[in-house]
Design a protein around this ligand. Structure first.
Ligand SMILES: [Zn+2]
Length: 470
């Protein structure tokens, strides 16, 4: 019960904060930033050196050094503020069978897909995760957390709020968001987590049976569900509070409009990263995404980490995660292209908005279905499969034709047998996605994965060019 009260308190705190003026929100943000920096200086050996001489109450964020994924992974043990967290232990824990979705000493672990650049491990403290839940419940009126609804839910435990169709298993950020609910959240929401790996018929059947009020899915999945709805096979979202929430991938205006039309429900968009789950969310009015100023300090910068003016697109985003002192990420680089606008929003929220987050949609491979239509191959599925094969040091998946893929593998010395194992494992996933044998996979050993000359990063998933995509 105390957890329930604490949760209600947090929800109320975030709901009230979203009605504050921009000046009042900036005060909250500033207090959290100062507390974070002070905590990092005291408990993180990495930040102690890096932020030496910085006085929290006088700091200017833009004067602090930036950090990136490589630094995070190479110096994880020094960055983390809990000495009981060691990267090698976390990786061993995540690799062990049966640990998928489990917490490590109370911490929530996340691994990003690393399809461009490297895969990153993030640890959230239990308290930090309660903030993630609370802000999700409080903002955008996603879920009815009123007292009468809580009572109704207690009386009718079957009432389903949310169904999410996501990459399951492993430590995928979008899945972790739904998996690690504090026990008290059952008073607010009941969630059905549906695996993306299921055949589309089974997904449709589960959704029809559950009749959720809110549907969470990646835009690539929404596209498929729109087809099912149009064909009359999928019939959901008739509730007065019905809504669709898109996450993980950029939502194009086209897919947004198709989805709203097919389901007759408003479509919301979420932007987050494994390193900072709830960065921004769209409102009912839909233009841009409101930044959770009290969860994250967000900067838009150019190639040299210099700020770009409001309304202009930068070449990356810097985030400072204000709610997870376990792993202080201060001016941490995300390779997303976005802009901030301070123009007032018709919804009345003072939270500034993030415009078009770009830079992740080119990572998706679309496979042509032999019976028509297409299915997306989620990069996380490939990552999880490759992580499961010993001797695979690095990998790249290249789409050659709408139904033909090539897997390049960098193998450890003496691990030649891993080639056949990796091939069989990925082929099995592909056969589960599309009728057996319809996707042809060729697997070859390579000495290294080349760097993409246009981005300077390793691209582990290389789809067909836009013109050739199914
Ligand atoms: Zn708005």
């Amino acid at each position: 019960m105390s957890e329930l009260i604490q949760m209600l308190r947090l929800i109320r705190q975030y709901r009230r904060a979203s009605q504050l003026s921009i000046e009042a929100l900036q005060v909250v943000q500033r207090q959290r930033l100062e507390a974070l920096v002070a905590h990092a200086q005291r408990h993180s050996p990495f930040h102690r050196d890096r932020l030496a001489g910085v006085q929290p109450e006088r700091l200017e964020l833009a004067q602090l050094p930036t950090m990136d994924k490589t630094t995070l992974m190479e110096r994880f043990d020094e960055i983390v503020t809990d000495p009981a967290l060691r990267l090698a232990d976390l990786e061993a824990f995540m690799a062990a069978p049966g640990n998928q979705g489990r917490r490590y000493r109370g911490h929530v672990l996340i691994r990003t897909s690393g399809t461009s650049g490297r895969s990153v491990v993030v640890a959230y403290g239990a308290a930090a995760f309660n903030h993630v839940r609370a802000v999700n419940l409080a903002r955008g009126s996603m879920v009815d957390a009123s007292g009468s609804r809580i009572l109704q839910r207690a009386l009718d435990p079957k009432a389903l709020e949310i169904a999410c169709v996501l990459m399951d298993g492993g430590f995928a950020p979008s899945h972790a968001n739904f998996l690690h609910q504090p026990a008290a959240s059952r008073w607010f929401i009941k969630v059905d987590r549906i695996s993306l790996r299921l055949p589309i018929d089974s997904i449709v059947e589960r959704l029809n049976a559950g009749q959720p009020q809110i549907l969470f899915a990646y835009p690539s999945v929404l596209e498929q569900l729109v087809e099912e709805a149009r064909a009359g096979r999928l019939d959901i979202l008739h509730h007065e509070r019905a809504r669709v929430v898109s996450l993980s991938e950029p939502l194009s205006p086209h897919v947004r409009a198709l989805t709203a039309e097919a389901f007759g429900a408003p479509v919301f968009d979420l932007y987050g990263a494994g390193e900072c789950l709830p960065i921004a969310r769209s409102c009912e009015h839909g233009h841009g995404l409101h930044i959770n100023l009290d969860m994250v300090a967000l900067e838009i910068v150019d190639d040299h980490n210099q700020p770009v003016p409001s309304g202009q697109f930068g070449s990356r985003v810097l985030i400072t995660n204000l709610f997870n002192p376990t792993l202080p990420l201060i001016r941490y680089q995300l390779q997303d292209i976005a802009a901030i606008t301070h123009e007032p929003c018709p919804c009345g929220s003072a939270l500034p908005r993030l415009l078009a987050v770009r830079g992740r949609s080119d990572e998706l491979i679309w496979l042509e279905h032999p019976a028509g239509g297409r299915r997306s191959l989620h990069p996380y599925l490939v990552l999880e499969t490759m992580l499961g094969i010993e001797g695979v040091l690095d990998w790249r998946l290249v789409q050659r034709e709408p139904r033909r893929l090539r897997l390049d593998l960098v193998l450890a010395d003496g691990a030649q047998a891993s080639l056949a194992e990796a091939h069989a494992a990925l082929q099995a996933e592909l056969d589960a996605l599309l009728p057996g044998g319809s996707v042809v996979l060729e697997t070859r050993p390579v000495a290294r994965i080349p760097v993409d000359p246009s981005s300077g990063k390793v691209k582990r998933v290389v789809p067909l060019s836009a013109a050739r995509r199914p």
